[in-house]
Design a protein around this ligand. Sequence first.
Ligand code: ATP
Ligand code: MG
Length: 248
Amino acid sequence: MSDTVLSVHDLSAGYAGAEVIRNISITVGTGEVVALFGPNGAGKTTTLRVISGIIRPTRGTVSFAGADLAKQSPTLRARAGIAHVPEGRGIFYGLTVAEHFRLGYRGEHIDPAVVYEYFPALEPLQDRRAGLLSGGEQQMLAVGRALGRRPKLLLMDELSLGLAPLLVERLLPVVRTYAQESGCAVLLVEQHVQLATEIADRCYVLSHGDIVLHETGERLLRDPSLLVASYVGQHAPDSGKAIAGSGA
Ligand SMILES: Nc1ncnc2c1ncn2[C@@H]1O[C@H](COP(=O)(O)OP(=O)(O)OP(=O)(O)O)[C@@H](O)[C@H]1O
Ligand SMILES: [Mg+2]
């Protein structure tokens, strides 16, 4: 397996004293795309928030490139190379496309050349306000802005929210190519399970705060019933055992 970039170990977290994720372990290696699936309210967004430092865990560790992040603020994590594309895109409707790249995230430089390399459709739209872009273009902007920071770890929350499947089919392979070419580790939360499985090296399913399935994308494509069973609450007893060094 590739070098581990992200290692989430035995992590629990929640809100106002109520735990919503419990003892979960997830790893993502260099250049690897890992998908995190699960029904609404399973704790997927919460998991990404703990990794980027927005909320603190009640137990367990998050390590990035071998270093424990416990004492690092979200800003320091971002500077160290963790980019988080949140649910709802996180773009500014009143700013143009180009202005988004001049507005460094937490003081960081964003390289527009990288953005336009991976999303050439954005280049002719440089002077258009984000609020006037289509949903697909807005999503490209949100992801492009993260790629332009040349992250080492990219966390993406429901990239496809509100997008037609055809657009998701175009966006996800760009993320795959980026990971491959840059070595960036990608942790992707996605409701379009089939499309995400096609580009993912490994997949985890979270249900009510627990990891109930961990498999390679390849295996899940061969045997989609595993995924279905995990969603309806039938745990696969052998799940993940064949994945060496997975940490789950
Ligand atoms: N800020 C918050 N305060 C209190 N509870 C919250 C907060 N954010 C999320 N929750 C609760 O935590 C649980 C997990 O939420 P989370 O957003 O992590 O789920 P999710 O898997 O991302 O769901 P979805 O697929 O709907 O985005 C839910 O029960 C949710 O209501
Ligand atoms: Mg969510």
